[in-house]
Design a protein around this ligand. Sequence first.
Ligand code: IVH
Length: 714
Amino acid sequence: MSAGETEAEREVGALTAEEAGRELARLAALLAAANTAYHGEDAPEMADADYDALKRRNAEIEARFPDLKRPDSPSEQVGAAPSETFSKVRHEVRMLSLGNAFSGDDVADFVRAVRAYLGLDEAAPLAFTAEPKIDGLSLSLLYEGGRLTRAATRGDGETGEDVTANARTVGDIPDRLREAPARLEVRGEVYMSHADFAALNARQAEAGGKTFANPRNAAAGSLRQLDATITASRPLKFFAYAWGVTSAPLADTQSGAIARLGALGFQTNPLTRRVGTLAEMLAHYAEIETGRAGLGYDIDGVVYKVDDLALQARLGFRSTTPRWAIAHKFPAELAWTRLEAIDIQVGRTGALSPVARLAPVTVGGVVVSNATLHNEDYIAGRDSKGQPIRGGKDIRVGDWVQVYRAGDVIPKVADVDLDRRPEDAVPYAFPSGCPVCGSEAVRDGADAVRYCTGGMICAAQAVEKLKHFVSRAAFDIEGLGAKQVAAFYDEGLIAEPADIFTLEARQDAGELDLYRRDTKGRPTNEKSVQNLFAAIAERRRIPLARLIFGLGLRHVGEESARLLANSYGSWARFEAAMTSAIPGEGPAWAELIDIDGVGEVMATSVVTAFHQEAERASIDRLVAHLDVEDAERPASDSPVAGKIVVFTGTLEKMTRAEAKARAEALGAKVSGSVSARTDLLVAGPGAGSKAKKAAELGVETLDEDGWLALIEGS
Ligand code: IVH
């Protein structure tokens, strides 16, 4: 930079990340002032051409430094389509995700697990398909009578968004199929090529519009446009790789089904292969990885799927992933940079999470300036068992650290360069108090996480709980996102989830004035407030799993919430059980711990929440406003739904794992031991003490064929 030159005068290409950040702040302020003058005060202060030039400069800087894009970015303020306005589509067959493998050993474990589940020995042939994992967004296309009648995004896997008009504009998506099953749902990935992405971003920057951080964001942003003519102008592509509902099977094998999809007119990935051994799987992975840079579109791994569809059907699903497929991810991208500071964030459960503030660095095409440091042991160089990690090297402010990111995940700090450690660097002292509310922060047993003990009095916990409550997988209230609840909390309008449901009554009673202004301080009209009330009212009726997840209990994620909901069925049963359970003893505890997937840690956390006075009162206040939908018990019309079943002895037609999974899929609970609560014992040859005990207790006993006859057809 020549002497006296300011950031405002510099070419975008010559800005450092630090300068770019300052320049983006300056542009945001200038453009916001210009907007207010133009729209609000009817007194434009800036010439249109100057305004456009500033917007263009802002877009160019954002294109170069996507990570520095501000939450109040001027490029977000025009034509940003609120996702709320797409109508919702419930998937007839859930759209699942894939389990991950990060090494050849993980893939070997996967193959072993598949064989073990199916009871196949090492010599039995077992083929897979191997294909690239496309880094785009998944889309479901329903064809009825050979015509495309509906297209939907994945959403949360159960409910997606209707993007039919947009999908029709994508060249790779046929409008009509010849000789297709009467009903056929084709699934695959929408993506954008590197060349099309670069051209789109250049066009957008030129026009002063929104630019995208990577091709996947560009594809998602382009597909989810309310105005389908915008989607039509975007160069989207589509690969078909799976299917949902079909009125007639496509083929007997995965590879046959993909060939059929190709014959029907879909693009299928040319690197898809049928492979017969672990060695062939890994060889194909290596081949795809070698060719990755030359493909012209982003992929983030290789997906292996069991080829035989009858075996896929036997293997079935875990709660969110199939047992018959796995994604073998490519290694994460790495970079070195300086650790400038360590900040502590307080989460909804009170967990203190250290965040690394980094000198901005490009990792795999994205500028990274924050990374997670997990917990205090991780910073100190120890794992959860006290064993050294990174050779015991601790992490200090001022250190050069190695940062990596794999796919979507938050960047992490992997390593430290001790040779470049500044002489005055000191070991990091993890705070023993909450940085937000000042309460003591404690560790519990072997848990490496330190928790703020402030509970409801801690503003950070309260706000994070509210944000979690309105998040997409929880209550997902239209028009009430993370930013809005935080602003409502700051203004004293809401302190806990229950307060959201009293906003309307308090407004009517004149206790608050929501019409005065919105969360950004601008005047709001009556209509948007009424829309908000309507959206809140709509969520008074809520599925049990969403409610349990929304409570934000420690160790209870989306999947665990679904497990609990499916096991107890109704709020009344769940609440009664949690209230009467005592950690470590009694039948209510035994029933909870018996649920496959519920461990002691999670069980203790849930039960404790129901016994803590303040937390319990807050839950009760919330539920008083709700009409909780019972969980749909899987296949509840099956004769074994709700029954407690025990398997013993040798099973000959299936493995124990398969028997258990099938019983659970039919709504039965599978237990390891016989008690007075057992409904049914399935005993194969060699059954011993369990059969004896069942006879003593008068528990009904069947052999394997009897069991298969009982569940046949359900
Ligand atoms: S199969 C039941 N095959 O990866 C599993 N998924 O991490 C159905 N994806 O949501 C998915 N390429 O969006 C499958 N060749 C491929 C894929 C693929 C990309 C995406 C898909 C899915 C995600 C799971």
